[in-house]
Design a binder for this molecule. Structure first.
Ligand code: FES
Length: 156
């Protein structure tokens, strides 16, 4: 989908800026906001570019740097931490061969630590792009990674 197709889904209004930025980022294979997309979003929404940069920089969901196709965001806030999220982050890092904030060499996964995802009742929890996973164990992490690898193979 090109940028113009994305913009047609939203009215040209500053109140749609967050939704537009999410859509632009989701549409990029490297899951980030390019300078070109920020400029286009500013122009379409009728706000200045520095304001758009401010918004994109404020929210941790947005990235101005290339990332993997799938962003694994493991909650490490207190409830999830008490339920073992630090160990899960370590296990994921070990399986993927990367640390938090890094991307696998094949460009498939980026591992990030996140603040509370708002689903503490199923701690420990994580999101992979927009999908939510709870009650995680090391075993279920392997299933999730397998699911996304299979999805990637189907895209080829
Ligand atoms: S503390 Fe992890 S989802 Fe709330």
């Amino acid at each position: 989908m090109d940028q113009q197709e994305i913009f047609t889904r939203f009215s040209p209004d500053r109140t749609n800026l967050l939704a537009i930025l999410h859509a632009l980022q989701d549409n990029h294979p490297q899951n980030y906001l390019t300078e070109e997309s920020l400029r286009a979003a500013a122009s379409y929404s009728g706000v200045n570019l520095s304001w758009v940069y401010g918004v994109a920089g404020y929210y941790s969901m947005f990235s101005l740097e290339p990332r993997g196709r799938y962003i694994i965001r493991v909650c490490n806030s207190p409830v999830c931490n008490m339920m073992g999220s630090a160990g899960l982050i370590e296990a994921l890092g070990s399986v993927l061969g990367i640390g938090a904030g890094e991307t696998t060499p094949d460009g498939l996964f980026t591992l990030e630590e996140a603040e509370c995802l708002g689903i503490c009742d199923v701690a420990p929890a994580m999101m992979v792009n927009r999908r939510v996973y709870g009650n995680l164990t090391r075993k279920s992490l392997e299933s999730v990674l397998k699911e996304f690898r299979m999805m990637q193979n189907e895209r080829k």
